[in-house]
Each structure stands twice: as structure tokens, then as C-alpha cells.
Design a protein around this ligand. Structure first.
Ligand SMILES: Cc1cc2nc3c(=O)[nH]c(=O)nc-3n(C[C@H](O)[C@H](O)[C@H](O)COP(=O)(O)OP(=O)(O)OC[C@H]3O[C@@H](n4cnc5c(N)ncnc54)[C@H](O)[C@@H]3O)c2cc1C
Length: 417
């Protein structure tokens, strides 16, 4: 049992320190590029409000999208321009070369990476094969890049430099629990060669978590993967757990028991969950119980509970705390301090293009920071971009409160209740 008062006082201290370091260099924690900031500010505000000074090109674009002034080509052009600006903010490159250049820039700033190939929900088996090939190509490229450009971030000894994030829904056209065994086998057949290549070169493979209806399948594939003779015991595999799910604590406890029983190392990336709107809408449409918490504070509070559960079990799992919320990050730092968790058992992960000031603040505190860097074309990346936009404009978003100066540091650091 972690003493609550000592924990809260350490959380407040780390929180103030993070705010101080982050704001020392940047007024805005979200660190969006000016165009994206304007588009977001516009989407968050009344379009006529005098303080929203949109650039003339954008105002023209918006005027053109008015039904009476509609000209298809102009609208397409402006929309494409706006989406490209947003993509540049959140996607680290459209080609592998661009992605590699971004990764090297991150490392120069003292941060690691996990590369994600954008695209999900594959619709044919040929497409799933193409994704497998693409993951193998990316991994080979990353291995070559790292061999030819040695870099020594101090914490690479505890977690491999090459790190790839994978969405299992891209590895089969039917990522569907109804055909449980067939689906697991189809995914595993494509996943195994990727993990085996990673193992040969000591690279890390993380399995991202997607919608609730695929969670049980995702965990099953993970367990079958870790059971496979060519992978069993390999320490550099990870999975994301979503704290917005009401049953996530039970799921995590089961996973910890399984790891202990099988003597299998694992990294858990703790996230809040990126599909909140979709989960609520889908469950309501189908008259099913909503699997996610409905109050943001419940998710934040559960994130803290799961942080404590993971870090208490640091002998079983390595933890990656993935958040841009200073309260959530400060709480993790406080748990590490109070429990005296060895530094090698934790890293922080943040998304490319978001909260750069917070990444720098964590780095200044000598914390390992890894940036989740998606790369790929605009169209396959659209679902990812929409999730980032929803997140940045959601009324409950930590970064939005800071972005619009809606809440004081004190309020943002309060215990989530
Ligand atoms: C490195 C990295 C990897 C990630 N990988 C994944 C992944 O594999 N799978 C995945 O699903 N997500 C993933 N995410 C996204 C993550 O789940 C969050 O969407 C995102 O980080 C925002 O959370 P926050 O703590 O940064 O911000 P905050 O503003 O503190 O939290 C926002 C989050 O709170 C939750 N929320 C919002 N409104 C409500 C409400 N009314 N009631 C209850 N909860 C609410 C949602 O989860 C929302 O995303 C990843 C994030 C990072 C940084």
C-alpha cells in the first residue's frame, strides 16, 4: 500500500516542476504549428468571434465551403491544404526517408522513437500481406539506419533503440472475434516473422490496442505469440492497456498473473484510450453497456490506479507511461519515487507533434522519453489524424485546457475526482 499523503505531496512537487520546466521555454504546452493552432482555434470557437484571426487563405477557404459559393475544385484544394497542414503536425513523414530523418532529429534532441506505419482495418488478405511486407521493410530499414548511425541515448541499454508499433487489425482482413481461432492464426502467421526479425536484432515490437471489441483477441494473439517456441522468453515485446475501460484493472491483473505463471517478461504501455467517442456511440447504438468511463476524471483516476498496479509489479512488467497530462505524468514520477522503482523499469511515451514542451521537460529531468511517430500516406493516416483532432479539441482534453488557458496549473494538478 502506497502512503497516500506522501504520494500526493510528491505528485504536486513533480507536477509543479514539470510545469515550470515546460513553460520556461514555451508558453503553450501543446506546441502546435501556427497553422494547425489556427485551424483548431477556429474549430473550437465561434467562427465570427473577433479574436479568431484566421489567415486570409483559410478565410477564403471557409467562405468557399459555404454552400452558395461552392466550387468543387476550390473546396477540394482548400480542404486538402488544411488536412496536409494537420498531417505535417502529427505524422513524421510520408516516406521512409522522411520518417528516418524525423527519427534522427528526435534522437538529436535526446528522445527515442517507436515508429508506427499508419493504416488499420485491412479489407483484403492481399492488403494484409502488403502490411506484413511493409512492417518487415520498415524494421529492416530501421535496423540498417541504426547500425549506420550509432547513437547512445543513455537509456538505450534498458530498452532497445529500434522500436516498432503494430496494429493487429492491419494483419488480417477479418479481425473478428466470431472466428476466434482462424483470426488468431491468420494474425499470428503474419506477426511471427516480424517478431522473429526483431528478435534477431534485439528490436522491440509493441502491439497497439484498438477498439474494445478487439481487445480480447489482441490479448489472445499476444499470449499465443509469447507461447511460441521462437519467441517465448523474449523480453522486448509490449502491449497497450487502456485505462478508460471500466474493466481494465481486472484485465491487467489477469495479464500480470499470466506473466508470473509463465515467467514471461513484457512491457505494458499504459494509455487512456483513443477511441472514446466511437466506443460510446457504438455501444449506445447497439443498446450494449458502454465499456468506457463516462467521466473524464474516472479515466484519469483509473490511469493512476493502473500506474500504481504496474509500478508495484515492476519485477514482472516494464512500464511505459503514455500521456500528455502533467498530472498523470507527475503521479507516475511520484510512484517511482515513493516505491523506489529502478529507473530501468519505466519510460515515458508521447505522441509525435504533441506537447513538445512536456517531452523536453521530462528529458531535462533525465527521464527516458520515447516518441510515438506515425509515418505514411495521408489517406491511410486519416483515421489516426481524426483521433488526434478529436483529442485536441475535446472539452475534457488536458492540452486543450492549457491551449485555451481555461484552467490554472493548480486546477490541472488536482486529484482527479
Ligand atoms: C505514445 C502513445 C501511444 C498511444 N497508443 C495508444 C494505443 O495503442 N491505443 C489507444 O487506444 N490509445 C493510444 N494512445 C492515445 C491515448 O489513449 C490518449 O488518447 C491520448 O494520449 C490522450 O490522453 P492524455 O492522457 O494524453 O490526455 P488527457 O487530456 O488527460 O486525456 C484524454 C483522454 O481521456 C479520456 N476521456 C476523454 N473524455 C472522457 C470522458 N468524458 N469520460 C471518460 N474518459 C474520457 C480519453 O481516453 C481521452 O483520450 C497513445 C498515446 C500515446 C502518448
Amino acid at each position: 500500500m502506497i502512503p497516500p499523503e506522501a504520494l500526493e505531496s510528491a505528485t504536486q512537487r513533480w507536477g509543479r516542476e514539470l510545469f515550470h520546466l515546460a513553460k520556461a521555454e514555451h508558453d503553450q504546452l501543446s506546441q502546435l504549428n501556427p497553422w494547425v493552432r489556427r485551424v483548431l482555434r477556429w474549430s473550437l470557437s465561434d467562427i465570427e468571434a473577433p479574436e479568431v484571426r484566421l489567415p486570409p487563405a483559410l478565410r477564403l477557404g471557409i467562405a468557399l465551403t459555404h454552400p452558395q459559393a461552392l466550387t468543387a475544385r476550390a473546396v477540394t484544394h482548400v480542404t486538402h491544404w488544411m488536412v496536409t497542414q494537420i498531417a505535417h503536425q502529427f505524422i513524421c513523414g510520408t516516406s521512409l526517408d522522411e520518417a528516418f530523418a524525423s527519427i534522427q532529429r528526435l534522437e538529436t534532441q535526446g528522445m527515442g522513437f517507436t515508429l508506427d506505419l499508419v493504416g488499420e482495418t485491412t479489407i483484403s488478405e492481399r492488403e494484409a500481406d502488403r502490411y506484413r511486407e511493409a512492417y518487415l521493410t520498415v524494421l529492416e530499414g530501421l535496423i540498417r539506419l541504426c547500425q549506420s548511425h550509432p547513437t547512445l541515448l543513455p537509456w538505450y541499454g534498458t530498452s532497445p533503440r529500434v522500436n516498432l508499433s503494430i496494429k493487429l487489425s492491419s494483419l488480417t482482413s477479418r479481425f473478428d472475434a466470431i472466428q476466434w481461432d482462424a483470426t488468431c492464426e491468420a494474425v499470428l502467421a503474419r506477426l511471427l516473422p516480424i517478431v522473429e526479425l526483431a528478435k534477431t536484432h534485439e528490436a522491440f515490437i509493441n502491439i497497439d490496442m484498438e477498439q474494445y471489441q478487439t481487445r480480447a483477441l489482441t490479448i489472445e494473439v499476444l499470449q499465443r505469440l509469447l507461447h511460441h517456441p521462437s519467441v517465448a522468453g523474449y523480453p522486448h515485446v509490449g502491449i497497450a492497456i487502456q485505462a478508460y475501460l471500466r474493466d481494465s484493472e481486472a484485465e491487467l491483473r489477469d495479464l500480470l498473473t499470466w506473466l508470473a505463471t509463465h515467467d514471461q517478461p513484457l512491457t505494458v504501455r499504459l494509455v487512456k484510450g483513443a477511441y472514446w467517442d466511437a466506443e460510446v456511440v457504438q455501444a449506445r447504438q447497439r443498446h450494449w453497456p458502454v465499456p468506457v468511463f463516462l467521466q473524464k476524471a474516472e479515466t484519469d483516476s483509473n490511469f493512476e490506479r493502473l500506474t500504481e498496479l504496474l509500478l508495484t509489479n515492476h519485477h514482472l512488467v516494464r512500464t511505459a507511461i503514455a500521456s500528455h497530462n502533467i498530472r498523470s505524468l507527475a503521479h507516475a514520477l511520484a510512484v517511482v519515487e515513493v516505491l523506489q522503482v529502478p529507473p530501468s523499469r519505466l519510460e515515458f511515451q508521447l505522441l509525435y507533434g504533441m506537447a513538445d514542451a512536456i517531452k523536453q521537460a521530462l528529458s531535462k529531468l533525465h527521464q527516458p522519453v520515447r516518441v510515438y511517430a506515425p509515418y505514411g500516406e495521408l489517406i491511410p493516416g486519416m483515421a489516426y489524424l481524426i483521433r488526434r483532432l478529436l483529442e485536441n479539441t475535446s472539452n475534457d482534453s488536458f492540452l486543450k485546457h492549457d491551449f485555451l488557458h481555461e484552467a490554472s496549473e493548480e486546477e490541472l494538478l488536482r486529484v482527479p475526482k
